[in-house]
Design a protein around this ligand. Structure first.
Ligand code: AMP
Length: 587
C-alpha cells in the first residue's frame, strides 16, 4: 500500500516546511498513525516503537503544534534515559520548530553543570527534555516547574525502567497535573511499563508499529557459531570480510568492551571503545569521531551506545548475545534505519542456540547461520575490494604527472602481468601471511567432527606421564552466595561449551572458590567467564596460584567419593570441601 505524503498529516505550514527541508517526504509508519491522532484529540498514548522508526517526530511534531508561544510556562516534558538521547531529542525538536518563532526547548541532563541549565530554565522554556535524575534535582531546587504542563512523554520507557528510574519517574509524574496527556514510547513492554500505563494513564490509545517487539524490518540477522575462545578471531574475520564496515560492536561488560577495542586497535583496525568508565568528554569525543566516520568500528556496551543517532550503520555485531533478549531488539535496531539495509551479526557458541530460537520468536524473524569465512574467502574479498578502489581512485594529475615519466622508465621492463602481480602482492602480503594457515574456527557439532583433521585435538589435554595438568582458577563467589560443588560445575558447564574439558579439584570457600580445569582449556575458561553472572551477580574468574598440596591427602577427592559410593556425588554440601572429578554428568 502506498503511504501518504508528509503534507497530508495536518501539520502547520511552519512545521511542514522545516521537516520537508530535512528531506521528510513520507511519514514513517509510526508517524502516520500517531501524528493525526495526537493533532486531533487530547489523549494518552502507548506506542510500541523503537529508536530509528521516526518516533521523535511522531510525538514531537504534535507537541510543537500544541505549544502556545505566548505562554512562557513549561508546557511539555519529555523524559528519556540518557544524556545522549536527551540531547538528540532536543536537537531534533529544535530542527522541527525552526520556523516556529519564539519556541524555546531545553535539554537538561546529569553529568554537566547544573547552573547553566538553571539559567536557561529561568528564562522560561516551553519544552523540557530531561533525564529523570536531573529533572528531579531541578524540581527539588524549585528551578523547574511542571505543575502546568499539558504533555509528558516517556521516551524509551523500557530503558528508563531497566536503568532503575522507576522511583524517579513516579516522583516526577506525581508533580504533574492529572489532566495532562501522557505518551509512553517503548521498544518493548515490560511489566513495569504496563504498570506505569495503568497508574498514570486513562484509557490510552495503543499503537504498535509493525510486529510487537519487532526488530527493524530491513535488518538481516546472521549468526556465526564458534567456541567461546574463538570469538575475537571470528570478529576479526567478519571485519576483514567487510572492508567497508561502519558498525557498532556490542559487548556485555565494560571490561570486555575495553579488551576487544584494545585488541582491534593493536591489530590495526580503525576502532575505539565507548563505555561507562570514560569521562563525559571522552565519550563525546569518541562518539563524534564515529559520527563523522573517522572511526569504522565502535566497540560499546549497549547502555553507552544509547542515543547515538547514526543512520548509515552497515552492521551491528553482538560479540555476546545479551542476557536480556529484548535488548537484542535495541541493538539490532541500530542498523537498518531510515529505510536503509542493515546486518545484525551475532557471534554465538553452541549453547546459545536456544537463545537464538527465543530471539527469533521475539522478533518474528529468522536468523541465518553463516560459516566463519576462511582465509581464502577473506583474501579474495580484500583483493577485489582493493582492486575496486584502485579502479575508482581519483587522480590528481597536477601533482602526479611530473613523476610519471621516471616511474614509466623504471618499470619499462615489467610486463603488464608482472606489474599487476607485484602491485597486488605489495598491498596484499600482510593478509596472505596472516591467513596462510588460518584454521577453520566454525563450531562443529560433536557427532559431525572429524577428529583426523584437527591437529589441536591431538594435543589436548596436556598430560604429564598420563596425568592431566590443570590450571587453577579463582572465582569470586562462594558458599555464602549459595554456591556448592554441583552448582559450580553447572556454572562451568554453562559458560564453557567444550564438553571434553576436564574439571579437577573444586574448593568452595565462604565468599570465593577455586576450581581446576585441564591446562589446555585455560584461555577458553577466562574468555568464557568474561562478563559472566551467577544469580544475577557479576562474577570474576582469574588464574590462581597452583594449589599447595597438603601432603597427607586428608581431603577426599570427588572421584574417590564416587568410586566408594559407586556413583557421582551430587555435590550438595561442599563448604570448604575439595572435590575432583570429570564433569560429564550432564548434556
Ligand atoms: P528516531 O526514531 O526519532 O530516532 O528517528 C530516526 C531517524 O529517522 C532520524 O534521523 C530522523 O531524522 C529520521 N526520520 C524521522 N522521520 C522521518 C521521515 N518521515 N522521513 C525521513 N527520515 C525521517
Amino acid at each position: 500500500m502506498e503511504s501518504i505524503t508528509i503534507d497530508r498529516l495536518g501539520l502547520s505550514e511552519e512545521v511542514l516546511r522545516a521537516v520537508q527541508e530535512l528531506g521528510f517526504e513520507k511519514p514513517t509508519p509510526v508517524q502516520e498513525k500517531v501524528i493525526p491522532l495526537l493533532l486531533k484529540t487530547p489523549t494518552d498514548l502507548v506506542a510500541l516503537a523503537q529508536t530509528g522508526t521516526g518516533k521523535t517526530a511522531a510525538y514531537g511534531l504534535p507537541i510543537i503544534e500544541q505549544i502556545s508561544i505566548a505562554d512562557k510556562n513549561t508546557q511539555a516534558l519529555i523524559l528519556s534515559p540518557t544524556r545522549e538521547l536527551c540531547m538528540q531529542i532536543a536537537k531534533d525538536l529544535k530542527k522541527y520548530s525552526k520556523y516556529v518563532k519564539g519556541m524555546s526547548i531545553q535539554a537538561v541532563y546529569g553529568g554537566t553543570d547544573i547552573n547553566k541549565q538553571i539559567k536557561a530554565l529561568d528564562k522560561g522554556v516551553h519544552i523540557i527534555v530531561a533525564t529523570p535524575g536531573r529533572m528531579l534535582d531541578l524540581m527539588y531546587r524549585k528551578k523547574a516547574d511542571i505543575t502546568t504542563i499539558e504533555t509528558v512523554v516517556l521516551d524509551e520507557a523500557d530503558e528508563m525502567l531497566n536503568m532503575g528510574f522507576q522511583e524517579d519517574l513516579n516522583n516526577i509524574l506525581q508533580d504533574t497535573p492529572s489532566d495532562k496527556n501522557t505518551y509512553l514510547f517503548s521498544a518493548t513492554m515490560p511489566r513495569e511499563a504496563e504498570k506505569i500505563a495503568r497508574e498514570y494513564m486513562s484509557d490510552p490509545e495503543k499503537i504498535t508499529v509493525g510486529k510487537r517487539n519487532a526488530g527493524a524490518e530491513n535488518v538481516e540477522h546472521l549468526y556465526y557459531m564458534v567456541q567461546a575462545k574463538d570469538r575475537y578471531l571470528a570478529l576479526k574475520r567478519i571485519a576483514d570480510l567487510n572492508p567497508d564496515i561502519y558498525g557498532i560492536i556490542f559487548c556485555r561488560t565494560r571490561r570486555e568492551t575495553k579488551e576487544i577495542a584494545d585488541k582491534l586497535i593493536n591489530d590495526g583496525y580503525n576502532a575505539d571503545a565507548l563505555h561507562g568508565d570514560l569521562s563525559q568528554q571522552q565519550r563525546d569525543f569518541v562518539m563524534q569521531k564515529f559520527r563523522v566516520k573517522n572511526l569504522q568500528m565502535l566497540v560499546a556496551t549497549d547502555v553507552a551506545a544509547r542515543g547515538l543517532d547514526v543512520n548509515e550503520l552497515t552492521h551491528v555485531i553482538n560479540v555476546d548475545l545479551p542476557d536480556d533478549l529484548e535488548i537484542y531488539t535495541h541493538c539490532s535496531g541500530r542498523t537498518g534505519r531510515a529505510g536503509k539495509k542493515g546486518v545484525s551479526i551475532n557471534i554465538v557458541h553452541s549453547r546459545e542456540k536456544g537463545k537464538i530460537r527465543r530471539i527469533e520468536q521475539l522478533i518474528g524473524n529468522k536468523f541465518e547461520h553463516r560459516q566463519v569465512p576462511g582465509g581464502a574467502e577473506i583474501c579474495k574479498t580484500q583483493l577485489f575490494h582493493m582492486i575496486d578502489k584502485m579502479q575508482k581512485v581519483e587522480i590528481d594529475h597536477d601533482q602526479i604527472d611530473p613523476f610519471l615519466p621516471d616511474v614509466y622508465e623504471k618499470l619499462k621492463d615489467l610486463s603488464k602481468e608482472d606489474l599487476i602481480k607485484n602491485f597486488v602482492a605489495l598491498e596484499f602480503n600482510r593478509f596472505l601471511a596472516y591467513y596462510k594457515n588460518a584454521k577453520d574456527i566454525n563450531f562443529v557439532e560433536k557427532s559431525r567432527r572429524d577428529f583426523s583433521d584437527r591437529p589441536d585435538r591431538q594435543r589436548r589435554p596436556s598430560r604429564d606421564a598420563g596425568r592431566t595438568r590443570y590450571t587453577r582458577f579463582f572465582i569470586s563467589v562462594g558458599s555464602k552466595d549459595n554456591l556448592n560443588a554441583g552448582t559450580l560445575i553447572g556454572l562451568i558447564n554453562r559458560y564453557c561449551q567444550d564438553r571434553e574439558m576436564e574439571i579437577g579439584k573444586i574448593e568452595v570457600m565462604k565468599t570465593f572458590s577455586f576450581f581446576e580445569v585441564g591446562e589446555f582449556y585455560a584461555d577458553q575458561v577466562l574468555a568464557a567467564f568474561r562478563g559472566a553472572k551467577f544469580d544475577k551477580r557479576s562474577i570474576q574468574v582469574e588464574v590462581a596460584q597452583p594449589r599447595e598440596h597438603s601432603g597427607g591427602g586428608k581431603k577426599e577427592s570427588f572421584r574417590d567419593r564416587r568410586d566408594k559410593k559407586g556413583g557421582f556425588n551430587k555435590g550438595g554440601s561442599s563448604k570448604g570441601g575439595s572435590y575432583k572429578g570429570r564433569r560429564r554428568e550432564r548434556h
